[in-house]
Ligand binder design. Structure first.
Ligand code: G3P
Ligand code: CA
Length: 263
């Protein structure tokens, strides 16, 4: 008989980090779809802005690690996301570095990523990456979310969207634009400051090694949720569950789904 299931809160949120990024190239549509297949409750993505103002999925501010930008554009100079137009970025392969079978995966736009999840029952944890590099990005993201997620969403789905960033001032700007959407603060907010952030924020999402059960309790006492990242080993997932976290952000949503199911 399943043992673990009894110990796992039924509302524990399983978040596929950059998609199911242990199994497919991070921040691609393939990784997002795999997260859905693997029974994640939400898919986490990172977004940044191209030179011509398009919002795309990318973790690093530089394209080199997860694309073939240097091969395709040997003389580009800068390989920062912000130095490339969308048309240039679309020429890049974002899958082959991870495995031959992902050859041909592209860097998705935010709009494409929203279309993968929209209307389904898997939510979106959207991280605005390094917003200080992209003045006004909160407004652009809010506009796209409104148009491509909130307006067409069936009743009940909209709550499954959370916007988060390590830049807490950016999240305040975003929260002002999207007051009904939950916002998360990435990193460990000092305990003395939690109450003030609780005036408008909804989650605190720190690295899992930086928090203990008392910190989880302090976040809960302020009325906020806590999702921890990036928890990849089953034993670490169990330890986080024991601390009482609300969500676990993992490259292995399949492993966490197994724990939740008591396998
Ligand atoms: O969702 C939390 C986590 O993604 C934050 O760290 O570097 O993986 O974006 P990073
Ligand atoms: Ca992230």
């Amino acid at each position: 008989a399943p043992q673990a299931a009894a110990d796992v809160r039924p509302d524990l949120t399983n978040v596929a980090h950059r998609g199911a990024s242990a199994h497919a190239p991070e921040n691609t549509l393939a990784a997002m779809r795999l997260g859905v297949t693997m029974d994640a409750h939400m898919v986490e993505i990172d977004v940044q802005r191209t030179a011509d103002g398009h919002i795309v999925l990318m973790h690093d501010t530089n394209l080199v690690r997860t694309t073939d930008a240097e091969e395709v554009f040997p003389d580009h100079g800068s390989y920062d996301v912000s130095a490339f137009t969308l048309a240039e970025i679309r020429r890049l392969d974002a899958g082959e570095w991870f495995g031959q079978e992902f050859d041909g995966e592209k860097v998705p736009t935010l709009r494409e990523a929203l279309a993968v999840l929209r209307g389904g029952d898997v939510g979106l944890l959207l991280e605005i990456k390094e917003p200080a590099r992209y003045p006004g990005i909160e407004k652009q993201v809010a506009k796209q979310l409104d148009r491509w997620w909130l307006k067409p969403a069936p009743p009940g789905l909209a709550h499954r969207l959370v916007v988060q960033s390590f830049d807490w001032a950016s999240m305040k700007r975003s929260q002002d634009l999207l007051p009904r959407i939950p916002h998360g603060l990435l990193g460990r907010v000092p305990e003395a400051e939690i109450a003030a952030y609780a005036e408008w924020a909804d989650q605190i999402n720190p690295g899992f090694t930086t928090v203990d059960a008392a910190y989880v309790q302090a976040v809960h006492d302020a009325g906020l949720e806590i999702y921890v990242y990036t928890v990849n080993a089953a034993a670490d997932m169990e330890a986080q569950i024991a601390k009482g976290v609300d969500g676990i952000i993992t490259n292995y949503p399949d492993v966490l789904a197994g724990l939740i199911a008591g396998e």
